[in-house]
Write a protein that binds this ligand. Structure first.
Ligand code: HEC
Ligand code: HEC
Length: 230
């Protein structure tokens, strides 16, 4: 098989099932069954022998983070979380599809690199089963009206669709592709929209197109509103 065909297969495998990813990366093919209990252990304890840092250090108990720089991970569709972990890992050319500020590697890139496909499936299932116990809140009353308008109706004159259409009326997310945004930290949501707009978070053509048509003020308002949704 030639290189072009192989790299095409690799790119498209992102959108297929975990089994397909196993095939594309050359690991022996077989049914991959997620194990939430193994995910919990790895999340809470890491695995020093393989250089895996305990996720709980930053993302808090059961994916409920205490610091807004580290996103909440609880109650997210497991397919979404799995996709993110895969896309934090560098590709053959050295760059990861999901990068951080100025296109530099995200802090998650070095943390996700030692994870196997089985680890990522286990962690994602464990996190999806955890309740969001301490959701973030909206903090800026002046932005609520504008945020709600964008959330429910989009920005018609700039062809921005309503966020609710894909992320759910209450921001709860729609399995499997669309993440929950409700209760997520406003500053994290704002950062991600800015990263999409710049193309540094290059792992969703959909969100890159949407963020490209939003101003800083739009992004701030809708991020604050989404954080407060329940
Ligand atoms: C040193 C702190 C730290 C540790 C340890 C850490 N993370 Fe993260 N994580 C972050 C930060 C900061 C971000 C935001 C990254 C960005 O915006 O590029 C993040 C983002 C994520 C995201 C994306 C969330 C979303 O809504 O898209 C996932 C998934 C994730 N981490 C999972 C994990 C898992 C699983 C582990 C353990 C193997 C882990 N993290 C360990 C700090 C950490
Ligand atoms: C057509 C469907 C669609 C619409 C409409 C949409 N989104 Fe998204 N959004 C997605 C998808 C799909 C993802 C997951 C991208 C990925 O896989 O990384 C996402 C991811 C996000 C993220 C990253 C979440 C995280 O945990 O890192 C934010 C923030 C976001 N969207 C905000 C918005 C806002 C605000 C609006 C409205 C202006 C909006 N989205 C409208 C499909 C959509």
């Amino acid at each position: 098989m030639n290189r072009v065909l192989l790299s095409g297969l690799f790119a498209s495998s992102l959108f297929l099932s975990a089994t397909a990813l196993v095939q594309a990366s050359g690991v022996p093919v077989g049914p991959v069954k997620p194990d939430a209990q193994a995910g919990a252990t790895l999340y809470n304890e890491g695995d020093p022998s393989r250089g895996i840092v305990a996720c709980i250090t930053c993302h808090g108990p059961g994916g409920n983070s205490e610091l807004s720089v580290n996103p909440n991970l609880a109650a997210q569709p497991h397919e979404y979380t799995y996709k993110q972990l895969v896309e934090f890992q560098p590709r053959e050319d050295g760059a990861a599809p999901r990068r951080g500020a100025d296109g530099a590697p995200s802090i998650m890139t070095s943390l996700a690199t030692p994870l196997t496909i089985q680890d990522m499936l286990n962690l994602s299932l464990y996190l999806a089963e955890q309740p969001l116990t301490a959701p973030a809140a909206a903090s800026n009353e002046d932005l609520v009206a504008r945020g709600e308008e964008i959330w429910r109706g989009g920005i018609r004159e700039r062809n921005v669709p309503a966020c609710a259409a894909c992320h759910g009326a209450n921001g709860e997310g729609i399995p499997s592709q669309y993440p929950r945004l409700s209760g997520q930290f406003a500053s994290y949501l704002e950062d991600q929209l800015i990263l999409f707009r710049a193309g540094h978070r290059g792992n969703s053509e959909m969100m890159i197109q949407i963020a490209a048509r939003m101003s800083d003020a739009d992004i701030k308002a809708v991020s604050d509103y989404a954080a407060g949704l329940r």
